[in-house]
Design a protein around this ligand. Structure first.
Ligand SMILES: [Zn+2]
Length: 365
């Protein structure tokens, strides 16, 4: 990651990438106030938006500069609640987390923060699955998510999770309390009129994957106290609204893009049903989960591994039947095989290739 050398560099950086066609920017933790102000000004001059995952600068400072969105929520990214915070310095996370641990959401400083966020029209993006990975005792990752990881990534993730989530910070941080506090903040923010968005943000000690964790985010929003319908709206409508694209996407209305997920079950009543993806339409074209399962199976097959589960075997047989009936080879199967053979030379583990292919086909990608 490029480390800025000052406000002029920040301005140039935004200008360069905007010219290259980038449409939004994210300022990262150690940006100084002067650099942040310059980057925001340059983005707004071009009618582009700037998000912040902050630390050196606080939420209050960023809001006054006109920042558009703040990522991850304040419990994990607003250092102004550290009583020892120094200007332009990112404090130790242990220090600022304990500041949050000792601050109630109902307290005046947090209520003032919510009021300011709402009046400055600054949105917050919820990324609860990232933090869940840091909390000891939370449910393990589902098999389907582990299966989609490269083997090295899986091992690294499992080792970190077994070690208590964040080896750098250890158990000195009350992770569970902080996760609950972030959930409570997000509820209070929306109740106060704030626009909350949802994103998986694929980090979280390597255990957060796009698609799967978009689904997990919805489940955690419901655990936070939103109704399933509110959670679905946060993950669909609100993002489109923030991006100024509500006239094209974000809700199901005649005339909008037909980007649809058809669920087996009723996630408006039982949010876990969101995992049961039946069919996916992208721009009106159907992509079924059968295709995804076949792709995964084909990746295994191509690497010399049998398609393990009875379901996978059935799918492979189904594929071969299809080929026999149609007299031609399945496009899905062959495009997967081609992409595997292009990407996977001998000695490269299947996992890395599987990840590329399977995630590329993920229904919620
Ligand atoms: Zn971030």
């Amino acid at each position: 990651m490029h480390v800025l050398t000052g406000p002029e560099d920040a301005r140039k950086h935004v200008a360069y990438w905007a010219e290259e066609g980038f449409t939004s920017f994210k300022a990262y933790m150690r940006i100084t106030r002067a650099e942040l102000a310059a980057a925001i000004e340059e983005s707004h001059k071009r009618s582009l938006k700037l998000a912040g995952h902050l630390c050196s600068a606080g939420y209050g400072e960023a809001m006054a500069m006109g920042i558009d969105s703040l990522e991850h929520g304040p419990v994990f990214s607003d250092s102004e609640f550290d009583p020892n915070k120094k200007p332009d310095v990112c404090p130790s996370q242990v220090s600022w987390f304990s500041g949050w641990a000792n601050t109630a959401i109902a307290s005046p400083p947090v209520q003032d923060l919510i009021r300011d966020l709402v009046s400055y029209h600054v949105v917050i993006t919820s990324t609860l699955p990232v933090f869940e990975q840091l909390v000891p005792g939370r449910p393990p990752l589902q098999e389907r998510v582990l299966d989609a990881m490269a083997s090295e990534s899986r091992l690294s993730y499992l080792a970190q999770r077994a070690g208590g989530g964040s080896p750098a910070l250890g158990l000195t941080v009350p992770w569970e309390q902080l996760l609950k506090k972030e959930m409570e903040f997000e509820r209070a923010f929306v109740k106060g009129g704030g626009l909350l968005l949802a994103g998986p943000h694929p980090t979280g000690i390597g255990g957060v994957l796009p698609g799967f964790d978009d689904q997990r985010e919805l489940e955690l929003l419901v655990e936070a106290g939103f109704t399933p319908l509110e959670a679905i709206q946060i993950a669909t409508h609100n993002g489109a609204q923030y991006l100024g694209q509500l006239d094209r996407i974000g809700t199901i209305v005649p005339g909008k893009h037909a980007d649809l997920v058809v669920i087996k079950g009723d996630p408006s009543k039982k949010i876990e049903d969101i995992e049961n993806v039946g069919m996916v339409f992208k721009d009106g074209v159907v992509h079924s989960t059968l295709r995804n399962s076949l792709s995964q199976c084909a990746v295994r097959w191509a690497s010399g591994r049998a398609c393990g589960s009875p379901k996978s075997k059935r799918l492979m047989h189904h594929l071969r039947d299809l080929d026999r009936q149609t007299g031609r080879s399945s496009t899905v199967f062959h495009s997967v095989l081609n992409s595997v053979s292009r990407r996977c030379g001998p000695g490269i583990h299947l996992g890395g290739c599987a990840r590329i292919t399977v995630l590329g086909n993920n229904p919620l990608d």
